[in-house]
Design a protein around this ligand. Structure first.
Ligand code: NAD
Length: 368
């Protein structure tokens, strides 16, 4: 039996509730593929502040870096809102991402047929959508220097700098090309090359590495057109790769295709490190009530299998279990709308249903 160690940072609010489900499903799926997952659980965010006076400690950061693979719940809550910026739970998250050097943020936008009616966009437009957005996370205009505010003839002005180097573009581009090989084999690179110098560098750099991936089809799209195409015909996309600012905006727009925040997983990867977390926050309004939807956290554990453990079969097993539970009509409160053949369930019931499906699959695979 192969043994791997990962770090779990359940965090605050519903973080611990959804992380517990994700870990159980992850362990069950991996055990079938002869892999034992050992979990080092550590405090993070507000919970860590209560214990150590800081949202993350150096020791916790070091353990995360040493183990390379981190599953995170969520951080934050009103009780920590008045803390100074460096003590707030969210500061711990930014520090963790930076220390791990996770430069590529992967957000799958998958519309489950059972939930197609939950989106505000027409069902026939979104049905079958399955996009992977790869966003550059540690460069571009969010980090470029100089950045300052000054004044000219009594008129205040501000400057931000959008800077991309070839190496920055190519390392995130490679993540997109590699991901496309595991999916539909197509990459769409999104930029604003008709106007921006940094986008022309982006496009040239992507074209250069494309030569190493002759099996992947590359296209380019201007970001304004892309914003429109995501809404008009989202099914045309397989993998989309783009810079920090464009990716931030496009991924939030695309997330609305799925209809629910409680369904969206994410992976941030760089070098040997991977940080996996649901897109939603700590949902203080429902924390501790046993009603949180754990599926985004569970889907994040599937991404952990895919990108860090390189266990595609286990990833698919987890994703199939999510789909199976939805097909059977089980919904947590955020998804439930009284539709026929659906049943309202809580977090623990979803956990049991997922584990039943995984165990069922495991025994059917073993008996073949
Ligand atoms: P939120 O995502 O926590 O909640 C928004 C709404 O969606 C709430 O009504 C909540 O009940 C619901 N919701 C979210 N996840 C759900 C789930 N899994 N199941 C069912 N319902 C769910 O966003 P918010 O209310 O703006 O923020 C709450 C706290 O979370 C804040 O302190 C914020 O800073 C923090 N936050 C953290 C992260 C993170 O840890 N990555 C991300 C966003 C917000």
């Amino acid at each position: 039996m192969k043994k791997i160690e990962i770090v779990a940072l359940p965090g605050d609010g519903i973080g611990p509730e959804v992380t517990e489900v994700a870990l159980k499903v992850l362990k069950a799926a991996c055990s079938h593929y002869d892999t034992e997952v050992n979990v080092i659980e550590l405090p993070f965010g507000g919970t860590c502040y209560e214990e150590f006076g800081s949202p993350v400690t150096d020791e916790i950061l070091n353990i995360c870096k040493e183990k390379h693979v981190v599953l995170l719940g969520a951080v934050g809550g009103p009780q920590w809102d008045d803390l100074s910026a460096d003590k707030r739970p969210e500061a711990g998250l930014l520090k963790l991402r930076k220390e791990l050097g996770v430069f590529a943020n992967l957000r799958p936008i998958q519309v489950y047929p059972e939930l197609a009616g939950a989106s505000t966009i027409k069902q026939e437009v979104i049905e079958g959508t399955d996009i992977l957005i790869v966003r550059e996370l540690t460069g571009g205009v969010y980090f470029g220097e100089p950045r300052f505010t000054s004044e000219e003839n009594g008129d205040p002005f501000s400057v931000d700098t959008m800077k991309y180097s070839r190496s920055e573009v190519q390392r995130v581009g490679r993540v997109a090309f590699e991901a496309a090989r595991l999916r539909g084999g197509r990459v769409c690179s999104v930029d604003k090359a008709n106007v921006l110098e940094s986008s022309r560098m982006w496009r040239k750099s992507i074209l250069e590495i494309a030569e190493d991936y002759p099996d992947v089809e590359l296209s380019h799209m201007l970001v304004d057109n892309c914003a429109m195409q995501i809404i008009r015909d989202p099914k045309q996309f397989d993998v989309m790769v783009t810079g920090n600012l464009f990716g931030d905006i496009l991924s939030d727009a695309a997330s609305m295709l799925t209809g629910s925040l409680g369904m969206l997983p994410s992976a941030s990867i760089g070098g040997d490190n991977g940080l996996y977390e649901p897109v939603h926050g700590s949902a203080p309004d429902i924390a501790g009530q046993g009603v949180a939807n754990p599926l985004a956290a569970v889907a994040s554990s599937a991404l952990l299998c895919r990108y860090s453990l390189k266990m595609e079969d286990a990833a698919l097993m987890i994703e199939d279990a999510i789909q199976s539970v939805l097909q059977k009509g089980f919904r947590t409160g955020d998804l439930y709308n009284d539709a026929p053949d659906t049943t309202l369930v809580g977090t623990k019931e979803i956990e049991k249903l997922l584990l039943d499906v995984v165990t069922e699959k495991v025994s059917s695979i073993s008996s073949r």
